[in-house]
Design a binder for this molecule. Structure first.
Ligand code: PLP
Length: 407
């Protein structure tokens, strides 16, 4: 039986300002609850914040990933390169189209999609060597896209991803669920580019409760192509002609047209009101997360049994996650997590890779199809990191982690 910890630090704790709460209340009082003026404002402000031409607010990042792949024409039996080291959403949207996610291993350093493995998988596919998949993948399967993920908010080099995509004629849908605000540059001296700033055909952000900015549930799809933005916007509201968005206003009309069988993915103005206020303090919130990360790095670096997450002077890190890795010198993960539990430290694991989940195993994926992810995930631990974390909470986590690693 564990002892009762004198302190406890949750994995995440939301903290909203009075101004944010007032903005939501004002919307509740405004008489306009669903998608309307606040949503339009939020879209314009977010597009500007990431340097994209168009933004469509949605009720999740998953909706964005779905509509992005849909508007790019993803069709039955086509295939998409998807990292195995990601959340369910990134691959499930490919299955929505009855298309096939080809699960790609991760890089050892930043857990991002391993382009060498992607290349090998494409070659194996052409040789008929991925035919153990269910449904079987014929050698002439058309691979049409790639869905990179910026794990934890540390951006991948999107120049490298673009070059790979161009070489293999793939579209790119960027899963930027963790990556706002985040930016990269290829080397110092080259210009910074933000996630969403022309980095993909469509980039999708998440505003789920524990993300770097939140609307409770919500997401944003950004892109430069005006036609795609219009189609995506229409599909987010039942495939109605886009003038239907204002159909209950004096400017709108009852007389919409159904252009396609769409979905119900729109964001409410209640959520957008919160999003707008969060957006205003996005850089402040990022700095608060960065401060926690820096304190962890300073006090946990060199601690035997654990390795720190990568940092890079050519990245502006959103610090959505702080993932440590247990090294061989330390305790097993189960023991380590038990010690965190006893010490009152909330934690999580990002993630059990997709190819090790029952559904993808039933689809034919084996542990050996992504050996790095299969090995790494069992030593990965995500520590609490959130803007409202107080110094004494950070120090409590540091103390418990040190003693759990060294005990
Ligand atoms: C990498 C990644 N992609 C997509 C999503 C889905 O985001 P949402 O909950 O906004 O649909 C998540 C959610 O945590 C995620 O971690």
């Amino acid at each position: 039986m564990g002892t009762t910890p004198s302190h406890s630090v949750p994995f995440f704790r939301p903290e909203l300002t009075e101004r944010e709460i007032a903005a939501v209340v004002a919307t509740l009082r405004s008489g306009w609850l669903t998608t309307g003026p606040r949503t339009a404002e939020f879209e314009a402000a977010f597009a500007e914040a990431v340097g994209a031409k168009h933004a469509v607010a949605l009720n999740s990042a998953t909706a964005g990933l779905h509509l992005a792949t849909h508007t790019l024409g993803l069709a039955r039996k086509q295939a998409v390169l998807v990292p195995t080291m990601t959340f369910a959403a990134t691959a499930e949207v490919v299955r929505y189209a009855d298309a096939i996610p080809i699960l790609v291993d991760c890089r050892e350093d930043n857990l991002g999609i391993d382009l060498n493995d992607a290349r090998i998988k494409l070659e194996r596919l052409r040789r008929g060597d991925l035919s153990h998949q269910t449904p079987a993948l014929p050698a002439d399967t058309e691979v049409v896209g790639i869905l990179p993920v910026h794990v934890g908010g540390l951006m991948l080099d999107m120049d490298e991803i673009s070059a790979f995509a161009q070489q293999h004629r793939l579209w790119i849908v960027e899963d930027a669920a963790h990556a706002f605000p985040a930016a990269y540059r290829t080397t110092s001296g080259t210009p910074w580019r933000r996630a969403g700033e022309g980095t993909a055909d469509v980039s999708c952000f998440s505003f789920y409760a524990n993300k770097t900015i939140t609307t409770g549930e919500g997401g944003m799809a950004v892109m430069d192509d005006a036609d795609r933005a219009q189609e995506l916007r229409s599909l987010a509201l039942h495939g109605l002609s886009t003038d239907a968005w204002g159909r209950y206003t004096s400017k709108g009309s009852w007389d919409y047209r159904i252009l396609a069988p769409g979905y119900k993915y729109n964001l409410t103005d209640i959520a957008a009101a919160l999003g707008l206020e969060q957006l205003r303090r996005a850089e402040e919130l990022r700095r608060q997360r960065e401060r926690v990360a820096e304190r962890f790095l300073e006090h946990l670096k060199g601690c035997e049994g654990i390795a720190m997450p990568p940092t890079d002077t050519d990245r502006l890190h959103s610090w959505h996650l702080f993932q440590i890795r247990l090294t061989k010198a330390g305790p097993s993960r189960e023991t380590f997590l038990e010690r965190l539990r006893e010490g009152g430290v909330g934690h999580s694991v990002h993630w059990r890779p997709l190819h090790l989940h029952p559904y993808y195993q039933q689809c034919g994926w084996r542990d050996t199809d992504a050996p790095t992810a299969s090995r790494i995930w069992s030593s990965s631990v995500s520590l609490p990191i959130f803007p409202a974390m107080r110094d004494e909470e950070v120090d409590h986590v540091i103390r418990v982690v040190r003693s759990a690693a060294e005990a």
